[in-house]
Design a binder for this molecule. Structure first.
Ligand code: NDP
Length: 461
């Protein structure tokens, strides 16, 4: 039970999603003292808010809000991305930081949970304006972070370029080269596979779902995969699906959705790369949709998400844009289109109504296939996992090969899947013919690991 909850709708949603799965399991019957841990873990250890003043190209003073939520350090230094987007506020960063605690626990690496960012909008800004903003943002943030304290990374609106500007300013002020940020450039401490890690990781996770549900008979080959978003996560998820023989049948951005015209075909790797190029320039996919090569093959629907606009069957859905991008009605439409696997590349990609729809269909009713849903805190943990591997390489002053990092990522995603599955079987009364709840299993596995560490630290008793 949360007391005196401030008006923070996104955080409240994330808290209730976790708390309801703990309540509906046997966890609190077996360990009633963990209710106290839930109360303690839902309050951030520290929230930092600050003013960011910077100068635009016209010499005008601009003001933004900067934040860092240092939510939980039981398992290691605070770890989680920075988001630069006009919608950023404390509720959104608290929900993201809260999810991050349990996600990081699921990676098996020693990382606490945090999240930060600013309501700064990188769209329409010049490179010089972005650099000046990043410098000003880090001038304050650098007082509160460090390789053994808090290690931010990128998120929406923060790419390797912004990480570079912020790293440079940290180094100047602190006179210290250290792995204080992850997602760094390859020649100055970044890990290979970090840009790809979240998207690849989602697909590796879903491979295990498909194999488990089909008794090892099926894979991504031949699957029609609907993806939302067209940023970092969506691009690399799409490329990995294509590599594994699946078809990518949709992408989107904040202005609209791009879906295949008919029931056959797939985005090609070349088309994904073209989209990646325009996203570096912060342009919209609407611009591409008017070009002959795209307009003959795809339909662009302004202001829409892909889920209800796809012709033909959908086997897998990977929401990979932002929070609450699948509604209850869209969840029903996905199921009606044949979708059996839903895994979130985005954080809290599904509304609670959508999760309830997916979770109610884990059993195979006569004439209908079972639906399996994987929450972001499990399915998209590959990004932060490789950030953790970047921290390890920085500490040891070594660089692992692409193959080494990729094989570690695969193993972490496999363990994350198996951990959620086994924990669901342990704590949620199993019913005949029903797939175990990955959302309950992942929540309970992440929560118990953090709660036990906090107890040993004397954070609750
Ligand atoms: P990017 O900024 O690279 O891409 C975000 C994509 O989502 C863009 O296509 C963007 O459209 C679209 N988008 C952003 N806001 C909205 C909105 N309000 N409505 C509809 N579409 C929107 O971010 P990432 O790919 O890194 O992140 C995507 C999701 O994955 C986020 O939820 C993030 O928290 C999560 N995530 C990211 C990780 C990472 O390693 N990057 C790790 C784990 C989770 P447009 O181009 O028009 O802005």
């Amino acid at each position: 039970m949360m007391q005196n909850l401030p008006f923070e709708p996104e955080f409240e949603q994330a808290y209730k999603e976790l708390a309801s799965t703990l309540e509906n399991s046997t966890l609190f019957q077996k360990k009633p003292e963990f209710r106290k841990a839930l109360q303690v873990v839902s309050v951030p250890e520290r929230v930092i808010q600050f003013r960011v003043v910077w100068e635009d190209d016209k010499g005008q003073v601009q003001i933004n809000r900067g934040y860092r939520v240092q939510f939980n350090s039981a398992l290691g230094p605070y770890k989680g991305g920075l988001r630069f987007h006009p919608t950023v506020n404390l509720s959104i960063l608290k929900f993201l930081g809260f999810e991050q605690i349990f996600k990081n626990a699921l990676t098996g690496l020693n990382m606490g949970g945090g999240k930060g960012g600013s309501d700064f909008d990188p769209k329409g800004k010049t490179d010089n304006e972005i650099r000046r903003f990043c410098v000003s943002f880090m001038t304050e943030l650098c007082k509160h972070i460090g390789a053994d304290t808090d290690v931010p990374a990128g998120d929406i609106g923060v790419t390797g370029r912004e990480v570079g500007f912020m790293f440079g300013q940290y180094k100047k002020i602190r006179n210290q080269w250290e792995g204080v940020l992850t997602g760094k450039g390859g020649s100055w401490g970044g890990s290979l596979i970090r840009p790809e890690a979240t998207g690849y990781g989602v697909v590796y996770y879903v491979e295990h779902m498909i194999q488990h549900a089909s008794g090892g008979k099926e894979s991504f080959a031949g699957k029609r995969v609907a993806i939302s978003g067209s940023g970092n996560v969506a691009q690399y998820a799409a490329l990995k699906v294509i590599e594994l023989g699946g078809s990518v049948i949709s992408l989107s951005d904040s202005q609209g959705a791009l879906v295949l015209n008919g029931e056959e075909g797939s985005f090609t790797a070349e088309e994904i790369n073209t989209i990646a190029e325009i996203k570096v320039q912060r342009k919209q996919i609407a611009e591409l949709a008017t070009q002959a090569a795209f307009s003959s093959k795809f339909k662009y629907i302004p202001g829409a998400r892909p889920w209800t606009n796809i012709a033909g069957r959908i086997d897998v859905a990977l929401p990979s844009a932002t929070q609450n991008e699948v509604s209850g009605d869209e969840a029903k439409a996905l199921i009606a289109a044949g979708c059996k696997f839903i895994a979130e590349g985005s954080n809290m990609g599904s509304t609670q109504e959508a999760i309830d729809v997916f979770e109610a269909h884990r059993d195979a009713n006569p004439g209908a296939a079972a639906i399996w849903y994987a929450p972001g805190k499990a399915a998209n943990a590959g990004g932060v996992a490789v950030s953790g591997l970047e921290m390890a390489q920085n500490s040891a002053r070594v660089n692992w090969s692409r193959e080494e990092v990729d094989s570690r990522l695969k193993k972490i995603m496999e363990d994350c899947f198996n951990n959620g599955l086994a924990t669901a079987k342990e704590y949620v009364t199993p019913a005949e013919g029903v797939l175990p709840s990955l959302v309950a299993g992942s929540n309970i596995a992440g929560f118990t690991k953090v709660a036990e560490a906090m107890k040993e630290h004397g954070d609750w008793w």
